[in-house]
Design a protein around this ligand. Structure first.
Ligand code: F6P
Length: 319
């Protein structure tokens, strides 16, 4: 192995830069030539390739976003686009690729590896929706960002005796809502993985009010459906004034927390090591405190489940 490429793809996440830095530095440390592929698979298809040296990744470990930029690329799923990508890999003499991204990006990585390109997948997404890893790069930062927002919203919610409903990202996964809800002391957490009843939520709100609680926070995962309609229903059925805040893309930015920087650094270095060992198709994750690698296809076939212990804990503590 002489030359490897690294790309970031799909929705960006805090810590992607730390992962790029780790791949570049570990690659150069081990005598490899490293190139950066810009704008994910879109840049791969179009040949947007740049040489990476040690200084190209200086001063980025603390930055959100991705210096390589990112894109969602439908062309990669089509035969013509995929062939173009393989052609660029061949022309540039890239022998191994590290893909940093979420579920869709991992499927692109799987496709590349099936076409014979040594490919390593690093889980870079705020959603924490990949079953083969306890945590994805960026998730813990996003949860902290949400916590900051909960604190601010709690202030105004208390002043106005309101129910504040906070909608967070996560696609079909409720982890951002669950973790930030527990850490932020939310009264209810609504996630797509667990059935919920608006009547039940309203009953709890009214009971809390009768006990003297003047305001409440409800976390809502975006995968649940129309947040505006749910807010309206809660307001109507509880008779309490409710306000919806959709946090949106502010959850995707910001300086990564230490955990994400370290996770990204460990995973990036492991990806390079595996490529040098001649491994072809691995998805890198963390289980407990161990960095582990799995066959990409097997990793993608695992089903992500919500942590019911945490979900029940939230219920107990929000009594
Ligand atoms: O996958 C990350 C994520 O932020 C999801 O939580 C969200 O549903 C989606 O991306 C938003 O995508 P976009 O930035 O393309 O609007």
């Amino acid at each position: 192995m002489k030359k490897i490429g690294v790309l970031t793809s799909g929705g960006d996440s805090p810590g992607m830069n730390a992962a790029v830095r780790a791949v570049v530095r570990a690659g150069i440390y081990n005598g490899l030539e490293v190139v950066g592929i810009k704008r994910g698979y879109a840049g791969l298809i179009n040949g947007e390739i740049q040489n990476m040296d040690l200084s190209s990744v200086a001063d980025i470990i603390h930055r959100g976003g991705t210096i390589l930029r990112s894109a969602r690329c439908l062309e990669m799923k089509e035969d013509e686009g995929f062939k173009k990508a393989l052609n660029v890999i061949d022309i540039f003499g890239i022998e191994g690729i590290v893909v940093i991204g979420g579920d869709g990006s991992m499927r692109g990585a799987e496709k590349l590896s099936k076409a014979g390109i040594a490919t390593m997948g690093l889980p870079g997404t705020i959603d924490n929706d990949l079953a083969y890893t306890d945590y994805t790069i960026g998730f813990k930062t996003a949860v902290n960002t949400v916590l900051g927002a909960i604190s601010n919203i709690r202030d105004t919610s208390a002043s106005h005796d309101r129910v504040s409903i906070i909608e967070v990202m996560g696609r079909h996964c409720g982890d951002i809502a669950l973790y930030s809800g527990i850490a932020g002391g939310a009264e209810s957490i609504i996630v797509p993985e667990v059935e919920f009843s608006v009547e039940e939520i309203c009953k709890r709100l009214i009971q809390s009010k009768n006990r003297g609680k003047r305001h409440s926070i409800i976390m809502l995962a975006e995968g649940i459906g129309n947040a505006y309609d749910i807010t309206k229903e809660i307001q109507e059925k509880s008779g309490l004034e409710a306000r919806l805040t959709t946090l949106g893309h502010l959850q995707r930015g910001g300086s990564p927390v230490a955990y994400d920087r370290i996770l990204a650094s460990r995973m990036g270095e492991r990806a390079v090591k595996l490529l040098m060992e001649g491994k072809k198709s691995r998805a890198i994750g963390i289980t407990g405190t161990d960095i582990r690698d799995h066959d990409i296809s097997e990793a993608l076939s695992m089903k992500k489940e919500i942590n019911m212990e945490l979900y029940e804990l939230a219920k107990v503590l929000s009594i």
